[in-house]
Design a protein around this ligand. Structure first.
Ligand SMILES: [Zn+2]
Length: 281
């Protein structure tokens, strides 16, 4: 099984979906039930954007599940209490990062969104290294390569980091448990990963379509928008969270009648971005 897909594009637009993977590798060896782990997936996000490669966007998609390795974390965001031996590489000391690791949501998750332990065992240093080497490193290399190619070809890059979120935040998912989410959350880490005028255009486009849109709350964007963005150099990265109740049943994971109209709206958003040159903003 291939662990990710990278379809090179021809435009300045790069889309990536790090959390929609549904292939659970045999060496995962988790204790909690797969049906519970599956609630952490951004299930079907890759289907919502399946028109994008046809429009010339670069596309990167993880097939491994987020609960196996979260590609939207730095490799330093490791919960060393999971390990059966000393970790040889540097780990983060930043308090914001540590609060996420303490929630069980580092690079390798310790608990589900409801706080349930994922493993009944310690993980070996070697198996964590294996996950980084086979999932994190190639995924990040693909995103970096796509953004570099977009920027080299057009003088700017627009990177949309594609996610979905539950209708209501779970107890261990964020620092805002129980929060009722908007339809969309647009995140640019408080205007540090993209020109905020561009972020506001996305908010305005979705608002005009009738959606409730939040900006940088409760999700600002994490490692994938942080790591490859440089707005001053015309490298813009924005995270887009979609409320799952717009397109799926969160219990059965089945698509609902909302899927097609939502996808049409996302296509209109992507078409707007394809016509937007951030150097003119
Ligand atoms: Zn996500």
């Amino acid at each position: 099984m291939q662990l990710f897909t990278h379809l090179p594009g021809s435009t300045a637009l790069v889309l990536d979906s790090p959390h929609s993977g549904v292939f659970y590798p045999p060496d995962f060896r988790h204790t909690c039930e797969t049906s519970i782990l599956r609630k952490a997936e951004d299930t079907h996000v890759e289907k919502l954007y399946d028109f994008a490669p046809g429009l010339g966007a670069h596309w990167i998609e993880a097939h491994f599940p987020r609960s196996y390795l979260d590609a939207n974390r730095n490799t330093t965001e490791l919960d060393v209490s999971l390990l059966d031996g000393p970790w040889p590489d540097p780990v983060a000391t930043d308090p914001v990062v540590l609060s996420k690791v303490r929630l069980g949501k580092g690079l390798i998750w310790r608990t589900t969104d409801d706080g349930l332990p994922i493993y009944g065992r310690s993980l070996s240093v070697q198996e964590v290294k294996h996950r980084i080497e086979h999932c994190w490193t190639p995924y990040h290399a693909a995103v970096a390569e796509a953004i570099d190619a977009a920027h080299a070809g057009h003088g700017y890059s627009l990177h949309l980091n594609c996610h979905s979120m539950p209708a209501i935040a779970s107890s261990h998912a964020t620092n805002f448990p129980g929060e009722k989410h908007a339809d969309f959350v647009v995140g640019d880490r408080d205007a540090s990963t993209a020109n905020p005028v561009l972020s506001q255009r996305i908010c305005a486009h979705l608002t005009a379509l009738g959606y409730r849109v939040a900006y940088n709350h409760p999700y600002k964007g994490v490692e994938l928008v942080r790591r490859y963005s440089d707005p001053a150099a015309q490298r813009h990265s924005i995270q887009l969270e979609i409320n799952r109740r717009l397109y799926m049943n969160e219990e059965t994971l089945e698509l609902t009648a909302g899927f097609e109209p939502l996808k049409a709206h996302l296509q209109s958003l992507v078409e707007m971005l394809l016509k937007t040159d951030p150097r003119q903003l």
